[in-house]
Design a protein around this ligand. Sequence first.
Ligand SMILES: [Zn+2]
Length: 247
Amino acid sequence: MAIKIEKKIKGYNVVKPEDKAASAAAPAAQPAASKEAPKAEVIQMHESLERPETLVGSTYKIKSPLFEHALYVTVNDIVLNAGTQHEQRRPFEIFINSKNMDHFQWIVALTRIISAVFRKGGDVTFLVEEMKAVFDPRGGYFKAGGVYMPSIVAEIGGVIEQHMKTIGLIHDPEMDESTRKLIAEKRAAYEAAANGKGAAPAATETKTESATGFPPGATLCAKCNTQALVLMDGCQTCLNCGYSKCG
Ligand SMILES: [Zn+2]
């Protein structure tokens, strides 16, 4: 076979018999390597991923004083790389059901857009912060436990956050032992002071407390949005997250 040389020859090698043997062995080695490859391939979330016939999911109930009927929020997950060390659950779609038809159109729009973002892949946890920051101009409401919800959208965001925590997509910053101990101490001191001061019977006090889990009269903490802020020694102290502001 004739080869036309169009460029200048800058160097050369003499092909030795062992080089020929090596190049003959190389194509044989290639298929072996590609056979190994699928094992190491990790499937990530992307939009062309086909929906499997069956998905696993959870349904959460939201009861808000702003809505006549309860909302049922279903988040379905896809399990990627099942059975491998890279196995992970990723949210794939969201549905919201309610008897209430007043909000039908924006709920449908919201769920379709959230589902589309889920399927795009990448970091989808930002949705939680975006939604939790939405406030209703007519005013929010308190949930059981004294947590303030600025809107129904924020509560749906809260549900998605809860779901992402369950499947391990969001990790709760663990409250360290010293903070927990400090809160417990502050709480004990506050309750001791309240009991000593007030002649109110203890029975009614525990009753009112059980509604939110925090002392009656506690105000809203700006840091954790929970009605757990009490005044102690001239300092506003949150009995939920430990936030404290003096003066
Ligand atoms: Zn707080």
